[in-house]
Design a protein around this ligand. Structure first.
Ligand code: SF4
Length: 287
């Protein structure tokens, strides 16, 4: 967590109703901390924040995530960087360029919520689908895996809006990490919109969940062929198992790799990971 707080005003989000300003960790402190981790064997670093795109604006008066990633990537013993909580509304040219260009950045999370421009506007997300799509295409063209979070049951969401989202995700091959079931709250702006009846809301969630299970499976099957997703790292042992992790999941295997020391990078069967990811798709996110 490099940063906490967000200055955006998404109409469904409760974040800005609390007096929570942006607070970033000093760049050099964070880099020194991570360099120590790398020295002790860390191979993958996942950077996160409440809205990581804004990292640094409180201390340096401008966002510096691009610079941070650039310096971190210079650590030769670090293999991969994963970047979470990037918002299309706040992305800036230098950051997009760094995310696309840096070979160690292998996965980027960019929340979409909905692929309907009508819904994006009602959510006050600050971008259109076209603007979001430009970022995704730029990253995918450079071989990055992109994942996202969707929202189901937002007020005024129609079947047509739902289908737009499902079709877009499938067509663009974006991995959906989670689905947020819209939760109403009297003090958020979206409370003023016409809420979906309970049964309709359930139906949207079910339809979206089912569609995403299939499309996620297809996305994962493809990305498993990428060199980095086939690679896992030995992260622990006990009497009977060796524990492996890659950027998408943790799982364990009996014996096969037991003799390998911590930090060893190995090849592993993708199917195991797909199976696990399929079973964990439904979960409630923050907000
Ligand atoms: S949903 Fe994310 S980007 Fe929007 S206000 Fe909340 S924290 Fe900020």
């Amino acid at each position: 967590m490099l940063e906490d707080g967000c200055t955006n005003h998404c109409s469904f989000c409760k974040t800005h109703y609390y007096p929570k300003k942006i607070e970033s960790i000093n760049e050099q402190d964070a880099l020194n901390y991570l360099r120590k981790k790398i020295k002790n064997g860390t191979k993958i670093i996942s950077l996160s924040g409440e809205n990581l795109t804004l990292y640094g604006i409180d201390i340096y008066k401008k966002p510096i995530l691009h610079k941070f990633i650039h310096e971190l990537a210079e650590e030769t013993d670090l293999n991969y960087i994963i970047v979470n909580e990037i918002t299309a509304q706040n992305i800036y040219p230098e950051l997009l360029e760094e995310l696309a260009r840096c070979k160690k950045v292998v996965q980027v999370s960019l929340q979409l919520e909905s692929a309907s421009d009508k819904i994006l506007k009602a959510m006050n997300r600050g971008h259109t689908l076209e603007e979001y799509d430009y970022i995704i295409r730029t990253l995918q063209e450079q071989g990055k895996i992109v994942d996202t979070i969707l929202m189901s049951g937002f007020p005024i969401e129609t079947q047509e809006d739902l289908e737009k989202t499902i079709n877009y995700i499938k067509e663009r091959k974006i991995y959906v990490e989670g689905i947020v079931d819209y939760a109403d709250f009297y003090a958020i702006p979206s409370h003023e919109l016409e809420q979906l009846p309970y049964k309709e809301k359930r139906r949207h969630l079910k339809a979206l969940s089912e569609a995403i299970k299939t499309s996620n499976y297809e996305v994962l099957e493809n990305v498993m062929n990428y060199p980095f997703t086939n690679a896992s790292i030995v992260v622990g042992h006990n009497d009977k198992k060796v524990y492996l992790a890659n950027s998408m999941t943790h799982y364990s295997m009996k014996k096969d790799l037991y003799e390998l020391p911590l930090g060893t990078i190995v090849e592993e069967q993708p199917k195991r990971i797909v199976k696990r990811m399929r079973s964990t798709i439904n979960y409630q996110y923050k907000y």
